[in-house]
Design a protein around this ligand. Sequence first.
Ligand code: HEM
Length: 455
Amino acid sequence: WRNPKCRGKLPPGSMGFPLLGESIQFFKPNTTSDIPPFVKERVKKYGPIFKTNLVGRPVIVSTDADLSYFVFQQEGRCFQSWYPDTFTEIFGRKNVGSLHGFMYKYLKSMVLTLFGYDGLKKMLPQVELTANKRLELWSNQESVELKDATASMIFDLTAKKLISHDPDKSSENLRSNFVAFIQGLISFPFNIPGTAYHKCLKGREKAMKMLKNMLQERRKNPRKNPSDFFDYVIEEIKKEGTILTEEIALDLMFVLLFASFETTSLALTLAIKFLSDDPEVLKRLTEEHETILRNREDAESGLTWEEYKSMTYTFQFINETARLANIVPAIFRKALRDIKFKDYTIPAGWAVMVCPPAVHLNPDKYKDPLLFNPSRWEESKASNASKHFMAFGGGMRFCVGTDFTKLQMAVFIHSLVTKYRWEEIKGGNILRTPGLQFPNGYHVRLHQKETKDML
Ligand code: HEM
């Protein structure tokens, strides 16, 4: 294992111990917002591209913006989406990340009917209503734990949109099965009681059972006016010669529910923490949103799509949050054949781990990279993806939920900063394993703003 075969020159690096590789060092929890220590130490020793072994797989780690960009652009040609076995077991073998070619394109277009431009435009009033309702509820509490509270808000919204799931009317709590996923996804695949991986698999089993029952129930009693994703799937499955199966549809539903609430709630919680720490940014953001209200003819009307699109500083703020949050610390691919890059060869079959934090925290591209400074995006127009910004991935597999996330974050922030003040109560400390976590939550107390507080 120490000197793997290669028809060329492998990048430098250590393959660690047999089987274990360097997994223990990789998973070691840390509290830094900087490039993960595992990566930083090795870049210093070996340079921006190095080899290692993680959970039994030989891996090339890329912190090089050019190589990472090349990997994204070459999806389906030199590289292919690949994730460790833990991902496939938890997300299902037929999940969208593990599908390729025609089937993949078909699923992606299905998802985009929901989370694309038109779908989101229709969703805006619902997103605002949900944010307002939750904020009002939380403002009547002594303290609210933001990570969990925002996760519940987003999960309910997505579950309503996808499967018309109403947690108040259902006897079983669908979301309770989605716990501990972040910890289990990138972990050792030991399915032993007590491990995060085991908890995830149990959660998946229960959630899939519920989703399956719901889908079967709906198939028996189809609705007159199809309106959610289940209705859409049922119509598709009925079509002659369809390539969609119930298994694929259910795996997709599961991935979408997970991907939407866990990632966005982390980003929102961190965003509010940044606002608590930086009164200047909070002031500028509040001004942007109060201006929207002031310019409105009917003060009681809801947010319009044009108002949403006018939130220039808010989009800079969201990009800066995503840059520093590094919610997805590693993006995996597999080399489909031997690939030459600069002096090195990546052997066929090896995994490549693109490391977004290394790109986002590069001082040559981001001055004072650890400083939270939304205005740095003024010049680059807060684009969704580039060689130097890959919080939502890049290339063909670019995150289909990016605009949905931005909509939810911007609308929530609009309601929050125009109607409420808040004080920190406890928590808010960060742990990375290497995924972002708030081990003690982030507890705040919300206070409704007096009318005179507003500009
Ligand atoms: C802060 C929020 C989010 C972040 C940071 C994020 C990040 C990412 C990243 C980095 C990828 C690329 C993975 C790869 O290339 O292998 C991705 C893919 C994906 N995301 Fe997101 N995401 C977020 C929100 C969402 C939401 C809200 C949804 C649900 C609609 C979603 C659904 C997906 C799906 C289905 C894929 C797979 C796409 C594919 O394989 O083509 N994500 N996400």
